[in-house]
Design a protein around this ligand. Structure first.
Ligand SMILES: [Zn+2]
Ligand SMILES: [Zn+2]
Length: 295
């Protein structure tokens, strides 16, 4: 094993132990993510993405006016890789046990019978077309997001490889007044602070790009009036704050990586702090985005 792989494996082990210790998420879900993340990281390194030429991207002027570099339905990714990953992820899902495994069997049968075309799901997700996913959420009431998970997880390596390659095209002096991703226009699923001065970043729920946002603002409706924004913390989760917005009734978690003193893995830290989602939702606040895993 490559030494980077070993370091990553150790990192995963610690993080998964933390997630299990919170004792909130079902073991099947934890096992699933534990197996899927290394597959995705490897796939991201191998993804082949064709970047659009600058003429087909938004101009700097348009970006300053709030337009993303590329609309998400046109965002580059590795279609062939996603098609190849789909059955691999489906096998992992089938091996997790419980309702998710049953859902995987139903999906497998549907693919074999020609009732479900993975390519269609992989096209529908970037296009924001929810029809196919809605139909399967209905057919799989015990594990409604199984197809969302498969499509989002299969597409992520290519999307994120593209995001990494496109990041240098974001104008350096672009203001941080908007919460959406400057590359694809999607909303962040979590935000974090880093560096001594506590710069705040959003993590895009679609392409995974990490972009600067204002320290005090709602990344969903861009409210910056501090009388409308509240932060709360819970003693058991040091270094994590929940920001709620009275204007749009949304909330977002902020991970303070200066306090957390650990390698950033926002998609796992989002899972490890799911108790705070339960708390915020119990107070009537909503989360407009899914986890990085599509559930
Ligand atoms: Zn994005
Ligand atoms: Zn808001």
């Amino acid at each position: 094993m490559h030494s980077d792989d070993q370091a990553f494996a150790r990192l995963m082990e610690t993080r998964m132990a933390e997630i299990r210790a919170t004792d909130i998420l079902p073991e099947e879900l934890v096992t699933l993510v534990e197996q899927v993340l290394p597959v995705q990281m490897k796939a991201r390194d191998e993804a082949k993405v064709k970047l659009p030429d600058e003429a087909s991207c938004a101009t700097a002027e348009a970006m300053f006016a709030g337009s993303p570099l590329i609309m998400r339905e046109h965002f580059p990714h590795d279609v062939d890789q996603a098609l190849g990953l789909f059955p691999v992820l489906l096998e992992i899902l089938a091996g997790t046990g419980g309702a998710a495994a049953q859902a995987a069997q139903t999906l497998k049968k549907a693919i074999a019978a020609g009732e479900l075309d993975p390519a269609e799901a992989l096209r529908a997700l970037p296009a924001g077309d929810d029809a196919i996913f809605a139909a399967w959420r209905q057919r799989l009431p015990e594990s409604p997001r199984a197809l969302n998970f498969l499509a989002a997880s299969a597409l992520w390596p290519g999307l994120n490889a593209a995001a990494l390659a496109l990041a240098p095209r974001v104008p350096e002096n672009l203001p941080h007044e908007r919460g959406h991703c400057p590359l694809c226009g999607s909303l962040p699923y979590i935000t974090f602070l880093r560096q001594k001065e506590g710069l705040r970043f959003g993590v895009c729920s679609f392409c995974g790009h990490e972009h600067r946002i204002r320290r005090l603002c709602c990344p969903y409706c861009d409210e910056a009036d501090t009388s409308k924004l509240k932060l709360f913390r819970v003693e058991e989760y040091p270094g994590v704050a929940v920001g709620v917005c009275e204007t749009c009734s949304m909330y977002v978690k902020t991970l303070d990586y200066r306090e957390l003193d650990k390698t950033m893995l926002p998609s796992l830290d989002d899972m490890a702090t799911v108790a705070l989602d339960v708390l915020a939702q119990g107070q009537g606040y909503k989360r407009p985005t899914l986890s990085a895993w599509g559930f």
